[in-house]
Design a protein. Structure first.
Length: 237
């Protein structure tokens, strides 16, 4: 086992769920390739064509519900449960696969497909499989339901807590991220300023690779479990 870190902060992106069958922004044949981001992932797109956006996220919700956590999700849940130090999971993903794998207290900075949000009163509730403009808010009754996901141009969730965790961590690891979308792309810099070690685990180098101290490349289902095995006490291996 390697040294014991008091606190590990792990950021995960779409790459960790790709092997569970959930596409990334950059997949040539995936759901995202069929739409412009401006049309389905911005407040302006929702205002122009709410039906298109609701249908897009209904499809994503269905895909996520059918997906299963892969070996990388399971390894991180195991690390969180068995590591002697603190393990903080932060994700850009909205699919819920970390929780399906057994992880707890995951910080969903981009929200969750499993939830609906009332644009009128900010109430959140478990989304039906099919969400529409006719879905009433169970709190205020207004027909202003939208997916509880953070769109481009909106502020990600939990940012104060995330930066607080980064400022006090000993190791920061980014898994399956592009390194192109801020503020998440700047987490490595915040961790570096705090004196933490930094590690990228990715299929290939990201746009932020040069800012990490170390890197491991390959499929998430291979590199993440191997890394977790190194971190965990030998009696748990």
């Amino acid at each position: 086992m390697s040294e014991i870190y008091c606190k590990i902060v792990i950021l995960t992106g779409a790459g960790i769920s790709a092997e569970s069958g959930l596409g990334t922004f950059r997949d040539a044949q995936g759901l995202w390739a069929q739409h412009r981001i401006e049309d389905v992932a911005t407040p302006e797109g929702f205002a122009r064509n709410p039906t298109l956006v609701q249908d897009f996220y209904n499809t994503r919700r269905h895909q996520a519900a059918e997906a299963q956590p892969n070996a990388a999700h399971l390894a991180l849940a195991r690390l969180q449960t068995n590591y002697p130090g603190q393990v903080i999971l932060v994700t850009q993903n909205v699919d819920g696969l970390h929780e399906a794998a057994g992880a707890a207290a995951v910080l969903h900075m981009h929200g969750s497909l499993a939830n609906a949000l009332c644009a009128a009163c900010d109430h959140r509730w478990t989304a039906p499989q099919v969400l529409s403009q006719d879905t009433p808010c169970p709190h205020c009754g207004t027909h202003a339901a939208r997916p509880d996901v953070v769109w481009f141009g909106e502020m990600p969730y939990h940012m104060d807590q995330i930066f607080s965790e980064l400022e006090s961590c000993d190791l920061f690891a980014a898994i399956g991220t592009s390194g192109q979308v801020y503020p998440a792309a700047g987490f490595v810099d915040a961790a570096t300023r705090a004196g933490a070690e930094t590690l990228e685990l990715n299929l290939e180098p990201s746009a932020a690779s040069s800012r990490f101290e170390a890197a491991r490349f390959g499929p998430a289902t291979r590199v993440v479990p191997a890394w977790v095995e190194e971190l965990l006490p030998s009696e748990d291996a």
